[in-house]
Design a protein around this ligand. Structure first.
Ligand code: F6R
Length: 619
């Protein structure tokens, strides 16, 4: 039985209970969805023909402590645990979101791409918005339909409203106009129903984890479907043509732990599999964020790209992207070295683009604070909106990856690369130094990356597992790449080292003959990241250098690369024709898989590498 992963951030839950108060059940179900997001939470219920609503900033326990989330009347309700994408994690941006009258409440998981246009249209019609979220347009849109088409039922109004939405959504909506139902709808973001035959209760949720302790009878909702939950059960129809769909529940034999990991053995492999969807989300970034940040970068006199660990590798890759297609020089710097290296020279003309998944890494915050005190402009990319980094940045962009639970960064790295590539493309357009043709091809390939990454995960996972088994006894690995693939090689090495504990070295391939090559002896595996750009021919010479000294060549190559296939002992492939500046995205995937399966070969838990923490808040 197939169920989708964490399509994006946030968890939604709704229930129609026969004999119980809804709020405590919503509260405990949201707790089980907390791994999908935890920066704010809210619940709305229906009772006596009215909507009751509580919401607040903070994780569920914090909000419950101050608001008592269980203390809401009624046996029908919806709830939400949030990971901010639009609007900081403040009370006002928390879900559920209401319309102008307070008679409609909506929870949403996903990203509404056209929310700015819809908001403007609704504001012109007199609607007042209180939040900065994309979701709030949905409740006002439903309100507007109900006002302009009085013959419409609540379900009709939700259906009509969803036809206007572009992007991804799983929503659950209630209204005091018809206080005997919950309406849900789905496009791309996951939505499932739970049917409890013992109690007659029905649930809707982002995933089955939310209700698995109550029932394992599950109905999966597909894209373009709308659901009406009532005392009688559920009714599913197509949003497009109103046709009814009959679907009986399936039985899920998952444990609660399996459900949180969507059936995967570890978060890391689940998160690797989520990468196509994460890329899709990053491609939905609002144009004005990218425009604003690229304008700052375009005007900057000197730009430092500051980060730690994997995020530093994203910065390193970005320095090639910015240079190659935007002709913009930038300086990637380890955050832990920034103050010593540039602390005295950074000034009002400097711009810092800090990259941090958590937005809390102590070294990154220290570097940024130092630069800020010297009047530099601070820009940032982070996966945690509301984090310290966002608070001290002039402009920030959320990397849209959703919470990452595995300690080793995977999907957040891919999302950082995608946002940085989009920024490089904006800059390329602004600066007009490369041909329109090159920009068009790069943009086309960028749009295809979700599919490309999906195909890599599907076709290379078994091969990566076999290669990990074959090389499991090797006690040292080399990682080499030229040009932008240096960053990919560095990241491949970090992943292998941190989760499988195998000592590994990574160098730009050209550097290897200035020292590291002396370590090469018969049988040592050398992982070559070999994209077909201007560096290709020299990379082949470097492969031969290693091979003639007895190294085992493990190449990451494009699928039509027969020349390297002939030299390599083993290889993992990515689709062909990927522009060099985008290559770290696809080429990193086989390296993540290799590290993951190597960790399993060594009986290491890839989710919790020793001595490491997800957020490093000490220097
Ligand atoms: C490696 C990893 C770390 C982080 C580093 C920075 O897999 O996760 O190297 O990349 O600690 O963390 P952030 O990006 O939160 O600043």
């Amino acid at each position: 039985m197939d169920i989708e992963g964490n399509k994006n951030m946030c968890g939604i839950f709704g229930c129609f209970l026969k004999n119980e108060k809804a709020a405590p059940v919503i509260h405990s179900s949201l707790k089980r969805l907390e791994y999908r997001g935890y920066d704010s939470v809210g619940i709305a219920t229906l009772f006596d023909g009215a909507v009751f609503l509580k919401k607040g900033q903070g994780n569920i326990d914090e909000v419950h402590k101050s608001l008592d989330l269980d203390d809401l009347p009624g046996n029908i309700g919806i709830g939400h645990t949030r990971w901010a994408t639009h609007g900081a994690p403040l009370q006002v941006n928390s879900h559920p979101h209401s319309d102008c009258t307070g008679k409609i409440a909506v929870v949403h998981n996903g990203i509404i791409e056209n929310f700015n246009d819809l908001k403007l249209e609704l504001q012109n019609l007199g609607h007042t918005f209180v939040s900065k979220t994309d979701t709030e347009v949905i409740s006002h849109l439903i309100e507007e339909v109900m006002k302009s088409k009085p013959s419409f039922s609540f379900a009709d109004a939700v259906q009509e409203a969803t036809k206007r939405l572009e992007g991804s959504f799983a929503i659950a909506a209630i209204s005091s106009h018809e206080p005997d139902k919950i309406i849900c709808a789905r496009n791309e973001s996951p939505l499932v129903l739970g049917i409890n035959d013992n109690t007659g209760d029905v649930y809707c949720a982002s995933d089955i984890t939310a209700f698995l302790l109550l029932t394992n009878r599950v109905v999966i909702i597909n894209n373009g479907e709308l659901v009406v939950l009532t005392a009688e059960g559920y009714l599913i129809k197509k949003i497009r043509d109103n046709s009814l769909i009959e679907r009986v529940p399936e039985i899920f034999q998952w444990t609660a732990e399996m459900a949180v990991k969507q059936g995967y053995p570890h978060f890391m492999i689940k998160e690797i599999h989520e990468q196509p969807e994460v890329l899709r989300n990053t491609l939905r970034l609002q144009d004005h964020y990218l425009d604003l940040m690229s304008t700052f970068l375009d005007r900057a006199t000197e730009i430092f790209l500051v980060a730690c660990g994997t995020s530093y590798h994203a910065c390193l890759a970005a320095s090639y992207m910015f240079s190659k297609i935007a002709f913009l020089p930038t300086y990637p710097v380890y955050a832990s070295e920034f103050i010593e290296q540039y602390g005295k020279s950074v000034n009002i003309d400097s711009t810092i683009l800090a990259v941090s998944q958590s937005g809390e890494t102590a070294d990154t915050i220290a570097a940024v604070t130092c630069a800020q005190q010297r009047a530099a402009t601070i820009l940032s990319l982070t996966n945690a909106i509301g984090s310290t980094l966002t608070r001290i940045s002039r402009v920030y962009i959320g990397t849209q990856a959703g919470p990452e639970i595995g300690v080793a960064a995977t999907k957040t790295f891919i999302s950082q690369l995608s946002v940085l590539a989009q920024l490089a493309l904006r800059l390329a357009k602004k600066r007009g130094k490369v041909s329109q043709d090159e920009i068009d091809t790069t943009e086309e390939q960028l749009d295809k990356l979700p599919e490309i990454v999906n195909s890599i995960v599907k076709t290379q996972e078994d091969k990566a597992k076999q290669i990990a088994h074959k090389y499991a006894k090797s006690n040292i690995f080399f990682f080499l790449g030229r040009g932008i693939s240096t960053a990919t090689a560095f990241e491949g090495r970090l992943k292998l080292m941190e989760i499988a504990y195998i000592p590994s070295l990574a160098f730009p391939a050209g550097e290897s003959k200035h020292g590291p090559i002396s370590l090469i002896e018969h049988g040592i595996p050398v992982v070559f990241v070999c994209q077909k750009d201007d560096t290709y021919k020299t990379a082949i010479s470097n492969i031969i250098e290693m091979k003639t000294r007895g190294a085992k060549i493990l190449a990451i190559i494009e699928e039509d690369d027969d020349e390297v296939k002939a030299l390599a002992d083993d290889y993992l492939e990515v689709p062909k024709n990927i522009p060099g500046v985008l290559s770290p995205i696809p080429f990193t995937i086989p390296l993540q898989l290799l590290a993951y399966y190597m960790a399993l070969e060594h009986n290491c838990n890839p989710d919790m590498p020793r001595n490491l923490a997800k957020s490093v808040t000490v220097k």
